[in-house]
Write a protein that binds this ligand. Structure first.
Ligand code: ATP
Length: 593
């Protein structure tokens, strides 16, 4: 398909806010694409070139893109800048300035994709210049509508208002004419974390006109792969020990650490064990992924070294571990708060941070062991593998203790012990449960001290926009902000709170700065906001904040149906994507609790 024709679909999608219509348009689009085109188009539709975990970034700032536009269309930079200030969207600017400078627009989706890939891959000295040149050359070959979308992609502002889940719905529609295959497709996606692979597979199947049963089997057989992150299993909440015991009669209780989720893949590249244990060279490869599947490997060299040691020492072919990593004071051994651990994500000065604030990694699950996919094995069996390989700590890798408890008293005692030792609470896990990638259910239950008091737990909410500052706060440029939950059912954002207090001066300043960076020219299509709460300025769905509140109440105003009493900002959740924010379902659970 020509990119020109693909853009027509993008435009239609951009124009509608109706989920069903978007799904239908995507389904129509997929019916016209080859499997390879479908794969590349699915990345582009999400404004990406590859799944998140591959970490392909454009590193092209708006300032640079303004230069690109001026170069491609032979316009003074000042003029482009002025138009951008007026319109607030460089895509729209390009569309306007390209009008009348018609080109044939002969590039295919694949050609545009490859071109953009080249731009992203330019690194090192002089790369900004080369990126500029390549981007401008690409724009020169595109028709105005295509340019509008192509300019937005490297800026991370494609603004089509849907996520992977809507693509999975569209695939289900292509297959059976309704949404009924989404759970099956989502399961495969949770194991591979790559929407492109799933789209390619389905389009391949449709092209070959195979029976649905064949595809079902193929999807079910998608197993974990070293180096490819698995979407992490998540925990639900229950309000009391009684309810936890009632729901999980056979439970393992673990301490809950307040660090960073780390999924560690360590495997031998050649896929086989070593002949000689004395060979010095290691062929073990390691990848460490965050909760939202970003590659953290360069940030935690001590985890990498320990994982290599583990594989070498037990002479394994490979393992995938699920764990929590937390930084500590090497002098006193005390854990640091989460904010300190996350400093590693700065990417620079890692060696120094490692010396001052090393991490200890608590391994609580194993998803793959020596060629065997363990996702469908019960937790008790998975723990038995862990007990074998981590009976003693290996480098910074420690086994998370787990106690099998039968009654409320035992659970309560453990909880008190862990909390008084400064930990966050407990994780209670059904010992016969499988590892359900990407799912939040009652296989795991988290319990923190806040559950025992009138103070509710915290919520991870997406900043949707902000209101002009009035009075004292005028100096921060922001008077209040609107936050919402993510609704996976309809792939959209629903409001829960307009927050005007509960932030320190520094937090207001920082929030304003961050909001400006993600300012949107108009209300994003997937925000469902009542008229009364319309913001003065909108933000792209990007920033997740942790909000603490005293109570959840029912709300006739907020589109989620819930509101928060006395909300206050706890921290910025840079480790979460907006699609990983609290859901309406969780709000319901917490309110009923
Ligand atoms: P969630 O991950 O559930 O969306 P969150 O990121 O806000 O929520 P919490 O609600 O505090 O985190 O709890 C879940 C997280 O706790 C896990 O994602 C994991 O990072 C961490 N964790 C700490 N200890 C454990 C443990 N023993 N088992 C599983 N997870 C643990």
């Amino acid at each position: 398909m020509l990119f020109k024709d693909f853009s027509v679909y993008l435009q239609k999608i951009e124009k509608t806010t109706l989920r069903l219509e978007i799904t239908d348009l995507l389904s129509q689009l997929f019916s016209k694409l080859s499997p390879t085109e479908g794969k590349l188009a699915s990345y582009l539709l999400l404004g990406q070139l590859a799944p998140n975990y591959q970490g392909i970034e454009f590193n092209l700032a708006t300032k640079t893109m303004i230069k690109v536009v001026s170069r491609a269309y032979n316009l003074p930079e000042e003029e482009v800048k002025k138009k951008y200030k007026e319109i607030g969207d460089l895509g729209e600017v390009v569309w306007q300035v390209a009008e009348g400078k018609e080109t044939e627009g002969k590039l295919s989706i694949e050609e545009v994709y490859r071109h953009l890939y080249k731009v992203a891959k330019e690194e090192g000295e002089g790369s900004v210049e080369r990126k500029q040149y390549l981007m401008a050359e690409l724009l020169k070959q595109l028709d105005p509508l295509s340019s509008k979308y192509v300019v937005r992609i490297p800026l991370g502002k494609l603004r089509l208002g849907f996520s992977q889940l809507t693509i999975l719905d569209a695939l289900s529609w292509r297959l059976v004419g309704d949404k009924s295959w989404r759970p099956l497709l989502e399961k495969a996606y949770n194991v591979r974390s790559d929407i492109g692979i799933i789209v390619e597979m389905i389009l391949n199947h449709l092209q070959k006109k195979e029976k649905l049963e064949v595809l079902k089997e193929l999807l079910a057989k998608m197993t974990v792969q070293s180096g490819i992150p698995i979407r992490p299993a998540l925990a639900s909440r229950l309000p009391s020990f009684e309810e936890i015991i009632a729901k999980l009669p056979q439970a393992g209780v673990e301490p809950k650490y307040d660090g960073l989720r780390t999924q560690i893949h360590a495997w031998r590249e050649k896929g086989r064990k070593k002949d000689s244990l004395f060979s010095k060279e290691t062929d073990v490869k390691v990848k460490i992924f965050s909760r939202n599947l970003e590659d953290l490997t360069p940030m935690f060299p001590e985890i990498k070294e320990s994982a290599i040691e583990l594989v070498e020492r037990s002479n394994l072919q490979g393992v995938i571990l699920d764990s929590e990593s937390i930084s500590f004071d090497p002098q006193t051994g005390r854990f640091y708060p989460f904010q300190e651990t996350i400093k590693r994500k700065r990417k620079y000065n890692v060696a120094e941070l490692r010396r001052q604030r090393p991490v200890r990694t608590y391994v609580f699950d194993i998803l793959y062991f020596d060629g065997e996919d363990l996702l469908t094995q019960p937790l008790s069996k998975r723990r038995s593998y862990l007990n074998k390989i981590l009976a003693k700590p290996v480098g910074c890798l420690n086994l998370t203790p787990q106690h099998l408890v039968k009654d409320k008293k035992e659970m309560e005692t453990l909880f008190e012990e862990y909390v008084s030792a400064g930990l966050e609470g407990i994780m209670v896990k059904k010992i016969d449960s499988v590892y359900q990638a990407g799912a939040r259910n009652f296989n795991w239950v988290k319990f923190k001290p806040s559950a025992l008091t009138s103070v509710e737990d915290t919520f991870d909410l997406v900043v949707l926009g902000w209101y002009q500052g009035k009075g004292k706060r005028n100096k921060f440029g922001i008077g209040a902000f609107l936050v919402g939950v993510y609704n996976p059912r309809d792939d959209n954002y629903l409001t829960v709170s307009k927050i005007g207090t509960g932030l320190t001066d520094d937090q207001w300043r920082e929030l304003h700065k961050r909001c400006l960076e993600i300012k949107a020219p108009h209300k994003p299509a997937n925000y469902v906001v009542p008229k009364e709460l319309a913001c003065d300025f909108w933000t792209e769905p990007s920033l997740v904040v942790e909000i603490k509140a005293d109570e959840i109440t029912r709300s006739p105003l907020h589109t989620s149906g819930y509101a928060l009493r006395f909300p206050r900002l706890v921290r910025f959740r840079d480790d979460k994507l907006p699609t990983q924010a609290t859901t309406p379902e969780e709000m319901k659970e917490m309110m009923e609790g």
